[in-house]
Every structure is written in C-alpha cells, then in structure tokens.
Design a protein around this ligand. Structure first.
Ligand SMILES: [Zn+2]
Length: 130
C-alpha cells in the first residue's frame, strides 16, 4: 500500500488525469474507483485466490516429490474462481484475459515455477510437475 497522497497530475485533452493510489500510474479520473485503477482493483480482488493457487502449487510439488498426485480438478476450480473474480471487476474479455495471465503469474512467481512469458505454458509446466 502506498502512503503517498494521490494528486491530480495533469489535465489532458480528455479530462483530468489522476494517479492510482496503488501503482501511481496516471489514469483519467473516470477510470478510477476508490482511487484505484482496474488492474489494482483486480489484484486486490484476487488476493485470496492467488494465495490458494500458490498453496496448491506447493502442495502439488510436495506430492510429486513423494510420488503421489493431486487432483487436477482442484487447479481448474481455482483458475475458474480467479476468472470469476476478474470478471467481477473487469468485464471486458480481452482485458480479462490479460489480467488473468498477470494474476496467475503473480500467484505462481513465489513458487519458483519457471515462466517463459506465457502463463498457459506455466500452467502446463505446473501440471507436468504432478
Ligand atoms: Zn493501479
């Protein structure tokens, strides 16, 4: 959480630009809700599911190391929940897909699952760990 006080930064041709209080990037004031941009609102909304995804991936690795498997449906369920949360905040499907990748990256990054840029590869990689 930023402790900086958001300020109006510039008046552009399409209206007043204001900094998002979390990422500090400038947005048209109409794009902010509670002084947060859509990306930061999605990130906030997905925090719980990201934590569960991270826990799941770690569990998957422990199980794999022990020669056991976890149910793949569990991962599918978590991904669907992530998508639903994103859709609640960002109904536009294209933006939703981008944010889905971003949120999945954020969830998997702490687990050390190597990403080559595309989350779908990351997910497949994580499924191979089973
Ligand atoms: Zn932001």
């Amino acid at each position: 959480m930023s402790i900086l006080v958001p300020q109006a930064t510039a008046a552009g041709p399409r209206g007043l630009y204001v900094a998002c209080r979390e990422c500090l990037k400038d947005f048209r004031s109409s794009e902010l809700v509670g002084r947060l941009c859509v990306t930061c609102r999605v990130h906030q909304r997905c925090a719980e599911v990201r934590g569960e995804l991270e826990t799941f991936i770690r569990k998957q690795r422990r199980y794999a190391a022990a020669g056991a498997a976890v149910k793949p449906e569990q991962l599918e369920r978590l991904k669907r929940r992530l998508i639903r949360r994103i859709q609640e905040v960002a109904p536009d499907p294209r933006m939703g897909m981008e944010l889905f990748e971003k949120e999945l990256q954020a969830a998997l990054a702490p687990t050390g699952v190597v990403s080559r840029g595309r989350v779908l590869e990351v997910v497949q990689a994580s499924q191979l760990l089973r």
